[in-house]
Design a protein around this ligand. Structure first.
Ligand code: SF4
Ligand code: SF4
Length: 200
């Protein structure tokens, strides 16, 4: 059965004098290389130049803080369960008295890790999160030389308190409308109070 029409019959005939010089083949190769100098390049000079990407591009994750700066993640594990690549692992801990400003809920992620080599950037972790804690952003995962450097912990995932990451492009008008539905449990605190209602 012929799988392709690009196959060639192999010939064992003696090479001619010119073929033995390799000159015609060499010149042909140089002509092909030279012709590419005048063609539009398919590549860009990344990272100096960057391509336009969609507003909802799914890149490097961020673990968000709430309006008071406390970590939103409550280590419920929903994202890890939803992840088809089994890229997310976490260890939970109980919030201590006086840590209300650090962690939004009574339970928080002491360890939270994403293996970027396993992640397929599907966004299902974002969809599954009931606390609006994890979002994918338009940032690219930087290249590394060691495999362990692709295991991203909280040091790389939680947004810096003075350097918030805008995820509004991912909050489509439909999603924002959905979240306004009265009585919706999405994004409420475990005790049913908003953080601003709480007295510390
Ligand atoms: S984007 Fe998809 S594959 Fe990556 S961590 Fe989230 S759920 Fe897993
Ligand atoms: S689903 Fe959200 S709140 Fe739950 S562990 Fe994942 S990031 Fe944290």
């Amino acid at each position: 059965m012929q799988l392709t029409n690009r196959s060639r019959d192999v010939s064992n005939k003696e090479q001619s004098f010119m073929e033995k010089l390799y000159l015609p083949g060499l010149l042909k190769g140089m002509a092909i290389t030279g012709s590419h100098l005048f063609k539009k390049r398919a590549t860009i000079d990344y990272p100096d130049k960057k391509r336009d990407i969609a507003a909802v591009y799914r890149g490097l994750h961020v673990l968000k803080r709430d309006e008071n700066g406390a970590e939103r993640c409550t280590a419920c594990g929903m994202c890890a369960v939803a992840c088809p690549a089994e890229a997310i692992t976490m260890e939970s801990a109980e919030r201590k008295k006086g840590e209300e400003g650090l962690y939004r809920e009574e339970k928080y992620a002491k360890i939270y890790e994403i293996n970027m080599l396993r992640c397929i950037f599907c966004g299902l972790c974002e969809e599954a999160c009931p606390k609006e804690a994890i979002f994918l952003t338009d940032r690219l995962v930087p290249t590394e030389f060691e495999r362990e450097d692709f295991i991203y912990g909280k040091d790389k995932l939680v947004e810096k308190i003075d350097k918030r990451i805008d995820v509004s492009a991912r909050q489509t008008p439909e999603v924002l409308e959905f979240k306004k539905i009265k009585g919706l449990k999405h994004n409420e605190l475990f005790e049913g109070k908003k953080i601003s209602d709480k007295k510390h």
